[in-house]
Ligand binder design. Structure first.
Ligand code: PRP
Length: 213
């Protein structure tokens, strides 16, 4: 019997395109994905794969609930949502860091509750709890850099990649929390049934990543 297609959730956007290129190079191409249209599902039975584009922060949900067998999610999402999935492989792409940033002239007063604006509330809570610091979380959904500029928060906890967004808004990194990169994740229930397919894919990905070094 032919193997069932492996369902793969990719994060829509810049990271997803890089990651798809990696899958393609590793021997799991799906040429229709490059066609300029707004479709979200693409399959290539010859390569045994079905890809779908998912909002990056939703990849882990698709994988955790088994709508996808595997997927690619940033470590930031895995730390923030703690989905019940297997983390199989660091893909060494989408590399950035989670950091605390503030206005260059910001001076912290440790006796005061720190106002922290972020999309990553759990990461921020855990980080400051480990330091025994009282904080007030201001949960935002984007453009986090605005918060300290407008006095909404003292600092932000956010992703820094090139540092350009911080620089262009006169903010600086105060502390680094954790390095981030894209991870291959798998659904826990389907993994035992898909071990051979997933192991083959991982071996090809690792070989391709070794060759690219
Ligand atoms: C992320 C992050 C920063 C920016 C960092 O934002 O929140 O704003 O990228 O990248 P840089 O260091 O290379 O400038 P994203 O583009 O995901 O949009 P957002 O405003 O929705 O968070």
């Amino acid at each position: 019997m032919a193997e069932k297609l492996l369902n793969i959730a990719l994060p829509k956007g810049r990271l997803g395109e890089k990651v798809y290129n990696m899958f393609e190079k590793a021997g799991f191409p799906c040429p229709s994905i490059r066609e300029p249209n707004r479709k979200l599902i693409f399959e290539n039975p010859e390569a045994g794969v079905r890809y779908f584009w998912v909002k990056p922060s939703d990849v882990a949900i698709y994988v955790e609930r088994g709508a996808a067998d595997i997927g690619v999610a940033g470590k930031d999402i895995l730390l923030e949502y703690e989905p019940d999935v297997y983390e199989l492989l660091d893909l060494n792409t989408g590399i950035c860091r989670m950091a605390v940033a503030a206005k260059a002239d910001y001076r912290d007063d440790p006796s005061r509750t720190l106002r922290v604006a972020t999309k990553f509330s759990r990461i921020a809570q855990k980080y400051y709890a480990s330091q025994g610091r009282d904080i007030d979380i201001i949960h935002l959904n984007g453009s986090i850099e605005l918060a300290p500029i407008l006095g909404l928060s003292d600092v932000i906890v956010d992703i820094v990649e090139t540092g350009a967004t911080l620089r262009e808004n006169n903010l600086v990194v105060m502390e680094e929390i954790v390095p981030i990169s894209a991870r291959l994740i798998a659904n826990k229930a389907s993994y035992p049934f898909r071990t051979a397919q997933i192991a083959r894919l991982m071996a090809e990905m690792m070989a391709m990543m070794e060759g690219a070094k």
